[in-house]
Design a protein around this ligand. Structure first.
Ligand code: ADQ
Length: 489
């Protein structure tokens, strides 16, 4: 329906995340070229039924001049995106500093900065200040575009202060916040110097969501133990006001992967890969190159497997595809060299003149190549040391309906709670256990593979990204209506 003023009469959903789902390249003083990312998450968020979605976030580029900002704003409007402009200093302190050097490692149980990262801890206060300032800048943009009745959905650890800033503007705003990473045990969260401020800021939301019940439980215990508030089965209560806390496990757009498998480009890649690795079983790892993904542990476990199973030496290959991220951070540079060093050593040790056991690529693959790789894989290895959910495990399962390969999955990934019955669950720190699981997966009888795959496939194809987004938004609407009824009583 169109209203007489030309605006849609559907309820509007304002999705606020640190990054807009676009890459923006400046072509001239007032011209930009934009490329929209096309992941399942973007499709799900922009396609929530009954809602007209707008995306608010940083475009990932520094635009100091007004002409450039205006041109970028206009170009983004065509894509239903609204930019927040952050200058280089804020990005350095808020994004590289507080978000990626403090919150990211802490929420994945890697602790607060130590040794060479201590230099940044000393500037903790200024980074925290920048974090609050950046969140306020996001709030200013949301507030400027907000219309009565809109639903505002804030995403991730970058924006924990946002619910508080928004409610200060307008206590009637419907505000939800969802965390894509784990929320750690309250014993870990309490080491954070700004632990209370962050919890209180999140509690300003009407609905707070996590991938698993465990993360939701950790959050509620942090609020009871650190803030002394009351935890209830519904959430956290503070002086009669309830913040609803619940689990909303994310999924993928499984159909997009399933449909892609029948397309010519994917079929061509599948054919090429099958010829390339004929006579060998294919094992696959696909990760962002991040310490939370446990890539060195995975490769060392594969080495242990080769050591103990000489009959497999020229019959198996591990393809590890690792997209570099945060390449300007020294810790990530160190991780890259560490992984290269281990891969080189193992290939030197077990390779022959004609074949090497590990193919390691430092790059992202396009969607068609990724689907083809998933489809030809016999065993996928996901060994995250901690992971909010892990969508790679879901994508692998979606592409395996003809092959029925085996998923080896870390018990510390949120996905272990949903795919645990079909996967072989492992403790990634226990290299011997992972090596034994590799042997078990490679030798698994077809009947057992089929049974395990059926379980996971049913889950991945029914619990989709679309369903996840719709559940969160409808729960947020219901939560606000219930709260209004309670106040009237
Ligand atoms: P990520 O840490 O990025 O996400 P994940 O859930 O596995 O982790 O998603 C990664 C995405 O990037 C997948 O769609 C995958 O296909 C893609 N990808 C990874 N490596 C790639 C490569 N080499 N080439 C091409 N594509 C690649 C965060 C949390 C997760 C949580 C998600 C969603 O850390 O735990 O599941 O958000 O909430």
């Amino acid at each position: 329906f169109e209203r007489p003023d030309g605006r849609s009469s559907r309820q509007r959903l304002l999705v606020v995340a640190n990054r807009l789902p676009v890459s923006a390249v400046r072509r001239g003083e007032d011209s930009w070229s934009l490329e929209m990312s096309s992941g399942g998450l973007v499709t799900a968020l922009l396609g929530v039924k009954g809602f007209e979605a707008r995306w608010i976030g940083w475009a990932g580029v520094n635009v100091p001049d007004e002409i450039g900002q205006r041109a970028l704003t206009d170009a983004l409007a065509q894509k239903k995106c609204i930019p927040v402009f952050l200058d280089e200093e804020i990005v350095h302190q808020y994004y590289n500093g507080y978000c990626n050097n403090i919150l990211w490692p802490l929420f994945h149980y890697l602790g607060l900065p130590q040794e060479d990262r201590l230099a940044t801890t000393r500037s903790f206060q200024s980074q925290f200040f920048a974090y609050q300032k950046a969140n306020q800048m996001f709030a200013d943009v949301v507030n400027k575009h907000y219309e009565e009745g809109d639903v505002v959905w804030c995403h991730d650890y970058h924006l924990m202060f946002l619910p508080k800033c928004l409610k200060e503007y307008n206590s009637q705003m419907k505000v939800g916040w969802f965390l894509h990473t784990p929320f750690p045990s309250s014993e870990i969260h309490r080491t954070l110097p700004s632990r209370s401020e962050l919890l209180r800021a999140v509690l300003a939301a009407d609905l707070v969501g996590f991938h698993t019940y465990d993360y939701a439980r950790h959050f509620v215990s942090a609020c009871t133990r650190i803030l002394g508030l009351e935890g209830t089965p519904e959430g956290v209560e503070d002086q009669g006001r309830l913040t609803r806390v619940a689990a909303f496990p994310i999924g993928i757009d499984a159909d997009r992967f399933i449909r892609a498998l029948d397309t010519q480009p994917v079929q061509d890649h599948i054919k090429e890969l099958k010829e390339r690795f004929a006579g060998r079983k294919v094992m696959l790892g696909v990760d962002r190159l991040d310490m939370i993904k446990g890539i060195p542990q995975k490769i060392l476990a594969f080495e242990k497997f080769l050591e103990e199973n000489s009959n497999w030496h020229d019959k198996v290959v591990l393809l590890q595809i690792a997209v570099p991220t945060r390449t300007d951070v020294p810790e990530y540079q160190k991780l890259t060299s560490q992984v290269h060093e281990i891969v080189g050593r193992i290939n030197g040790r077990f390779g022959t003149l004609t074949a090497v056991p590990i193919h390691h690529l430092d790059r992202s693959l396009d969607f068609h190549k990724l689907c083809a790789l998933y489809a030809v894989t016999d065993v996928a290895l996901v060994t995250s040391l901690r992971d909010g959910m892990n969508l790679v495990s879901y994508e692998f399962v979606a592409c395996q309906d003809s092959k029925k390969g085996v998923l080896i999955l870390s018990e510390f990934a949120g996905a272990a709670q949903s795919l645990g019955a079909g996967a072989i669950l492992v403790n990634p720190w226990n290299i011997t256990e992972v090596a034994v699981s590799i042997a078990q997966a490679l030798n698994m009888p077809a009947e057992e593979r089929e049974k395990r795959h059926r379980h996971n496939y049913a889950h991945v194809t029914t619990h989709t990204a679309q369903e996840w987004a719709e559940m969160f938004v409808s729960e947020l609407n219901d939560t606000v209506v219930e709260a209004q009824l309670r106040t009237k009583q």
